[in-house]
Design a protein around this ligand. Sequence first.
Ligand code: SF4
Length: 474
Amino acid sequence: MIRLMTNLPEFFGDISEVIRLFLGQVDISLEEGEEIVRHVHSEEDGVWTERFSMDGVQVCHTAQAVHGGLIEKRLLKRAVKTSCFLMMKEKTGMTPPWGSLTGIRPTRILYELLEEGLSEQEAMGAIHDRFYVSPDKATLLRDIIHMQRGLIDAPADEYDLYIGIPFCTTRCAYCSFASGELGSGSLVEPYIEALIREIRESANLMNERGMKIRAAYMGGGTPTALNALQLDRVLSAAQECFPGAREWTVEAGRPDTIDRDKLTVMNEHEITRISVNPQTFSDETLRIIGRAHTSKDTLEAYALAREMGFNHINMDLIAALPGEGMEQFEKTLRTTTDLRPESVTVHTLAIKRSSKLHEQGYTQIGAEAADEMVTFARQTLTEAGYRPYYLYRQKYMAGNLENVGYALPGHACLYNIDNMEETTKILALGAGAITKWLYPRERRIERAPNVRNIEQYIARVSEMVERKRALIDG
Ligand code: SF4
């Protein structure tokens, strides 16, 4: 346990995140702990000084003081995190590839530097100089920004639609989503009824305000955990109420939930993009992580979807899965690129506290081994013609790395870009879905979350619509 002694306790969470970049998931407390990290903030003559120390290693870092509102808080947080980062770097001799960045969306930082008027080259230099991001990751961000050109600027009167189906056939060992196992399936029908009600009432909200749909995404959970008739009912209601989306994704996800009837329903609804997610092509790993399918199921589901005419299939993969090394990961990547899906999303395993792997006390592989895997994925996919088009990071990821969506030219998923870059309003329906409303002039995003619990959602669906009304009109 580490004790953090700071005269800015409001930055406890931010400082802890930086310490964990170097030391992994250590416990950190303001009150107790054997090892001590000291931080003293002071200000004199318009200059902030941050002094950090641990085990005899001391770092003193200064920054120009800025006063007033959100910008003060933001820059002070940056100064505190940077000096903590420098102290931990000196103490451990390590430089994490994403430097001092701990946030979910590092692309935002590059966009901000460009908005400051820096050239692309200068912005890449600045992201290294100010945040210690490695040149390799800076190049990755630049490549993503190139792929997002022409896609990222949604007009103010457009929004994306998200529909959540929070059911899965079994629970994956790494899952931290608000999805319930199907079990007896007794909640599915009441859930669909509540969801269709939320779809209809939310569509009225949008229509009354003259808003136009841009992209639609059905995720979860696993939407194809529904049977074909149920899937048809939800898609029929959604497309009747929200016509005209440029793109419609259904995350078919688990190959064992995909069959001809459900693919027929999706074809009839002109779904433009589906996911068939192998995660790995090792059957032994699939068994360990609790996926109730084999790699053969994935190949068959993929072949069936192709046969039925789907021309944009995404495949999700995970690097650093339990028991896997480069050998298994390389096989997964080679098999995937041989299939030639239009897009591939490479996640790095994250073990969140609510996952079974965390409960089982599973320890992640080392940062170097995880980095080798994601670097290999990037090289292999780039050589096969894919380009990175969105990226996000999560807490508790192996090596504090990243998740990257790759696509063949012309196949970037609009919804993924909008959602991850937070450049478009998202109307989100279903249990646990979070509606996000943008106020671009104030650079502000407000959220209206739906309750995660499925029974609560069913009982309180009117309240969920009212939450959205209050958000949009507020
Ligand atoms: S398919 Fe996704 S949502 Fe369902 S249990 Fe696995 S990780 Fe969780």
